[in-house]
Design a protein around this ligand. Structure first.
Ligand code: XMP
Length: 651
């Protein structure tokens, strides 16, 4: 199916409710999970709008069917703890308070909260009253992710306890949920929005459909229409520039622009940064023409990128080809992308300071960049190339169009399907904007801290107890531990007997246990090439983004991707990538290669594809042997770490 691109007739998808008129207001108390609540509610076909907790109640008077108050990191008694407007509860709207939200509403309505000294956070079993509307259809015992520092003491008048924590004997029981069914006000001490609360979505659904009595008119197709209208309203009669990488995110953005404005008003640029995969830019341009882009320009900009510089805190960094720091690399790549767009815009006679630029930014990109539009509290995990300061400035002027910014990857794919994009394009594996540049670990010296020896010793003990040799490599890679970013060692394992490689469960457990116990390790890989490990490896191969090095990774990446395709397993994996690791245990100045294959739906968490099950062992070992025979190639390993504690990419 191809997309209709008739410019005279912008799309109006057949929809029952553009604005469903039954929105849920989510009041944000600063929780990392606010966006997850938002996403869950939208998945249940109910429109949402996020407000700060102290929103003026008048703003919620019309069009809202209920209020959810999120959790938050504060104690209600803290001086700066967020507060709601005293009249919020006089709106007579149903309210659902989560964690902090429950304590806040209890306090505001005349109850008391007991201050705690320790914060408890973990999975626990609670006992609920199935006759409460909130728990309708559920069993009495429920596994939930409990989170509390403070706890409910005296309930506000009119409320009763509808769930209690089952742990710790009578004295330890805490109020896990409270309700005033007449006022339609409910509170829970746990997080119904996360997967660790087994039936959390049922509870949210009960609040929406039983208590607020919404009818679920908000469909993905409405959100597509809203995105299209939003584009039309924002840009008025101006043209839009769009940066298209060829991935599903930017392709969907481009397709929405073509739908909203017609193909004549959309100027697309594909930039070959020199960090693309084998012959990728050729394929990308063909696919983009097929979605109706007429004004499509390809810029071969490898030289600009390799020689790119940037200003960071008044200091000039670069050129890119000499740098080793991942954040600096990302920063320059982001800036050069922007410079390339500006150059292309100037050449097409666009007014740089006032022109609209569209990009395919997703919700998780903004969360991980610590963008304030997503959360006031989220930590910066990494700079995404589409959220560098230069883009942020343009965004502040209201000139960045990001129609996918409320969507996650799986939703964007669904939007693409609904817009009629080809399945091949829609199901494409993601490829990061900075491309192969962030898949080459760049180093100028070994990473050896005072924890190296002790960590290696502990690693060896752990691994040998299970029949594996092991080694701590003097390089670091990025991970996410807690809600923050970690930069830690890479541990590698080699089976003492070849058959150990068949025991995936054991490998998976080791990959979880090692970073759990050794906090300076966040990534574990297993050697596939069958050769033994040396006792020590404390040297690296100095590596930066030289074009030969990028070519080397491009060749390996092509070999790996082609082999996975030929074996028919490529499409069962969410993302397949190869990383050049600057370590050569043979004492030469070569590199090792890591294969990473993950399975995930939202890329916020991911698990490695299993060896021996999803990836046949004979296949991957054969591939490893071919790769290690390549000149300048030392060891071949497979990354067996989940996200968290590792990330999908290594930098
Ligand atoms: P991580 O490594 O954070 O990756 O687990 C999650 C997803 O995001 C992609 N990724 C990026 N995409 N620009 C992008 O467009 C970036 O800078 C970037 N870094 C990571 C990654 O490939 C995975 O799909």
């Amino acid at each position: 199916m191809t997309m209709r691109t008739d410019s005279s007739e912008p799309c109006t998808l057949n929809t029952t409710a553009k604005n469903s008129g039954e929105k849920i207001a989510i009041l944000d108390c600063g929780a990392q999970y606010t966006k997850v609540i938002d996403r869950r509610v939208r998945e249940m076909n109910v429109e949402t709008e996020i407000f700060p907790l102290n929103v003026q109640p008048d703003r919620l008077r019309d069009g809202f069917s209920g209020i959810i108050i999120s959790g938050g990191p504060n104690s209600v008694y803290e001086k700066n703890a967020p507060k709601c407007h005293p009249d919020l509860f006089k709106l007579n709207l149903p309210v659902f308070g989560i964690c902090y939200g429950m304590q806040l509403l209890n306090l505001a309505l005349g109850g008391t909260v007991q201050s705690g000294t320790t914060k408890e956070y973990g999975e626990t079993v609670i006992q609920v009253q199935p006759d409460s509307s909130l728990f309708k259809g559920l069993e009495q015992n429920q596994q939930v992710l409990m989170s509390h520092g403070d706890r409910i003491d005296a309930l506000a008048p009119g409320f009763s306890v509808v769930a209690e924590s089952a742990g710790g004997g009578q004295q330890e029981r805490i109020v896990a949920a409270m309700a005033n069914p007449e006022a339609k006000i409910y509170g829970v001490q746990f997080h119904p929005e996360v997967e660790l609360t087994e039936h959390g979505t049922d509870m949210l659904k009960n609040f929406l459909y039983e208590v607020c009595q919404v009818s679920g008119l908000f469909q993905l197709k409405d959100r597509i229409e809203m995105a299209i209208e939003d584009i039309q309203q924002t840009v008025g009669d101006k043209d839009v520039f769009v940066l298209v990488s060829g991935g599903v995110d930017s392709s969907v953005t481009a397709a929405l622009l073509v739908r909203a404005l017609g193909p004549e008003r959309v100027y697309a640029v594909h930039i070959d940064s020199g960090f693309m995969r084998h012959q990728e830019s050729d394929g990308v341009c063909e696919a983009l023409q097929a979605i109706g882009l007429k004004n499509l320009r390809r810029i071969d900009a490898a030289d600009y990128f390799f020689n790119g510089m940037a200003e960071v805190n008044g200091k000039t960094i670069g050129p890119l080809s000499t740098l080793t720091d991942p954040e600096q690399k990302r920063r320059i790549i982001g800036d050069v992308f922007y410079q390339m767009i500006q150059k292309a815009m100037a050449e097409a006679d666009f007014d740089l300071d006032n022109a609209f630029i569209a990009q395919g930014t997703l919700r998780p990109d903004l969360i991980e960049s610590g963008n304030r539009s997503v959360s006031e509290t989220a930590h910066k995990i990494k700079t995404h190339h589409n959220d560098v300061p230069i883009i942020q400035e343009h965004r502040e002027k209201g000139l960045i169009i990001e129609p996918n910014k409320d969507w996650h990857k799986d939703e964007v794919r669904e939007v693409g399907r609904q817009l009629g994009l080809s399945e091949e394009l829609v199901s494409r594996q993601p490829f990061p904007g900075p491309g192969l540049a962030i898949r080459i670990l760049c180093v100028d010296k070994p990473y050896i801290t005072n924890k190296f020896e002790a960590t290696q010793k502990a690693l060896k003990e752990k691994a040998s107890a299970k029949g594996y040799d092991s080694l701590l490599l003097p390089v670091k890679s990025v991970g996410v531990q807690g809600d923050g970013r970690s930069y830690s060692y890479l541990a590698i394992l080699a089976p003492q007997q070849p058959e150990r490689l068949q025991n995936w469960d054991e490998l998976k457990n080791l990959a979880r246990d090692i970073p759990n116990h050794l906090h300076t390790v966040n990534r574990v890989a297993v050697i596939l090439d069958g050769q033994p490990l040396p006792e020590q490896c404390q040297t690296i191969t100095p590596t930066t983004l030289q074009s030969e090095t990028v070519d080397k990774l491009r060749r390996v990446d092509h070999q790996v991707t082609s082999a996975f395709r030929a074996a028919g397993i490529h499409d069962d994996i969410s993302q397949l990538l190869t990383v050049l690791v600057p370590v050569d245990m043979s004492g030469e100045k070569g590199h090792s290669v890591a294969i990473r294959a993950v399975v995930t739906s939202d890329y916020m968490t991911a698990r490695p594809a299993s060896l021996g099950k999803e990836i046949p062992l004979a296949f991957i070992q054969h591939l490893a042997n071919i790769l290690s025979d390549e000149p300048g190639m030392d060891r071949v390993m497979y990354d067996i770490t989940s996200k968290p504690p590792a990330t999908v990419e290594w930098e």
